[in-house]
Design a protein around this ligand. Sequence first.
Ligand code: AMP
Ligand code: ZN
Length: 112
Amino acid sequence: MSDCLFCKIAAGEIPSEKLYEDELCCAFSDIDPQAPTHFLVIPKAHIPSAAEISPENSAAAAHILEVIAKVARDQGLESYRIVSNIGPQAGQSVPHLHFHVLAGRDMTWPPG
Ligand code: AMP
Ligand code: ZN
């Protein structure tokens, strides 16, 4: 999608601190980290949110979970949280599917 921030980051049109990239997805540091480790993993194809995962695009979503496990392992993370916000009430501010990966501090439950 031409005016989507994360499509532009995936295409390299907007700079980011990339941690991992392959043909289906990329991982990059969050610009406003909420924990000592905070990165995002996104599909390169535009999917508006996790609510739009379907049989046609679920392979990319499953692949992202594998990539999260690999990047977390490579970073030596033993405990971390994966979050995907859907819609404004849940706090989604960028309408392109992304998984937050947060680590390095104590987390509370339930999340705010
Ligand atoms: P959400 O609010 O769940 O939609 O998450 C969007 C995330 O994108 C927030 O944590 C932002 O800090 C992050 N973000 C926004 N712009 C950028 C950017 N240019 N590079 C990296 N992260 C960004
Ligand atoms: Zn997009």
